[in-house]
Design a protein around this ligand. Structure first.
Ligand code: SF4
Length: 363
């Protein structure tokens, strides 16, 4: 069976670890590009949010390369994510593709369905093959998050622009090839310390929190390299939304842990937003408050145009900004977003940051 999945930042490394343990032949989609977006835009509904179009483009490109089984995450509302996979399946069928889409709904929405799909993926393999792959995949997700956090501290202070990114890419390539937990841990330590050396003890004086819709935060193609641009402008990015966090939140089997996490977020956002609104809308409000309390000078919210949960969050963020006394910029992105416009908005936003942060930055 030739299996594929859509890209979302570095999630391919985690999925490769799992699927290799299941002895499945992986046909990864080519890296997301302008062509991917054009394909997704040409065949996706005009008003669909950007991630649907890009991931549809990923599937079309993987199908061209011989993929037969498409793995896609499911969701349970209230936003459109719950319908993504079904819509994509219909589009692909209309286009004449005879592929199978395996939709992994969060286990809490239906245990039997979830276990049935796992069993199907396993074929004749024992369950411990899945456990091994899952453990290694999650270890790799956590490793990526640790090293990326270090990269976000390195970018604004590195002596030679781009060195940190080059090291991070080298790390990702080696991590993808790692087959054991010990190798994963060793690579993490090595690259964390390498990036620390590049910082030479310096720390950026401007810290900006990034919140928003998960795909747009994690996928550099969709946010036009937002995090990298901020780093190049001398800004240290701070964020709570990370790959391992999303995977464990989406697929965790530990309902107590999930409830506890929800309670924390709900309590923080409560003065402004009292209900789960889908996606990461509630987190955008809670994390904006949390990141500013932890020292961020301002917040950037990034989301696809027409993203319902983030539109709800956007309506209350001006009040959050007023109450905490820090600026919040909202960036909605779609296939029309131009890099020059984004850069100008970022530079203008940095000029709005509290005066003491700017003077520290230029000193
Ligand atoms: S969270 Fe936003 S972008 Fe993601 S599926 Fe829901 S509406 Fe679309």
């Amino acid at each position: 069976m030739k299996v594929t999945y859509p890209h979302m930042g570095t999630i391919n490394i985690v999925l490769n670890a799992l699927l290799r343990e299941l002895n499945l032949e992986i046909v990864p989609p080519p890296p997301t590009s302008k062509k991917t977006l054009e394909l997704g835009t040409a065949h996706g509904p005009e008003f669909a949010c950007l991630p649907l179009k890009i991931t549809l483009g990923n599937f079309l490109e993987a199908l061209e390369q011989g993929a037969e089984i498409l793995i896609m995450a499911g969701g349970c509302g209230p936003c459109r994510f719950g319908y993504y996979a079904q819509v994509q399946r219909e589009i692909l069928t209309d286009l004449g593709h005879n592929s199978t889409m395996l939709i992994l709904e969060p286990p809490q929405t239906g245990w039997i369905d979830f276990l049935g799909k796992l069993r199907w993926l396993l074929g004749g393999l024992p369950v411990r093959a899945f456990q091994r792959g899952w453990t290694l995949g999650m270890a790799k997700a956590r490793a990526i998050d640790c090293v990326e956090e270090e990269l976000e501290r390195t970018r604004p202070v590195e002596a030679l622009s781009g060195v940190g990114n080059a090291e991070f890419n080298r790390f990702l390539n080696q991590l993808d090839q790692a087959t054991t937990l010990a190798e994963t841990a060793k690579l993490t330590k090595t690259y964390q310390s390498l990036l620390r050396q590049l910082q030479e003890g310096r720390r950026a004086s401007i810290k900006v929190g990034v919140v928003g819709e998960i795909y747009t935060v994690l996928e550099p193609f969709s946010n036009q390299d937002l995090l990298q641009r901020l780093g190049a402008l001398g800004v240290e990015v701070q964020r709570k939304l990370r790959l391992s966090h999303w995977i464990s939140e989406h697929l965790t089997l530990n309902s107590r842990k999930r409830r506890q996490f929800r309670q924390e977020i709900t309590a923080l956002a409560k003065p402004y937003l009292q209900y789960f609104v889908g996606g990461h809308g509630l987190e955008s409000v809670a994390h904006s408050i949390q990141l500013c309390q932890e020292g961020a000078s301002g917040i950037i919210q990034v989301a696809p145009l027409t993203c319902m949960p983030e539109i709800v969050a956007e309506t209350v963020l001006p009040q959050v900004s007023k109450d905490i006394g820090k600026p919040i910029l909202t960036l909605f992105v779609d296939e029309q977003t131009a890099p020059a416009g984004l850069q100008t908005r970022l530079e203008a936003f940095l000029d709005l940051l509290p005066l003491n942060d700017i003077s520290q930055h230029s000193s």
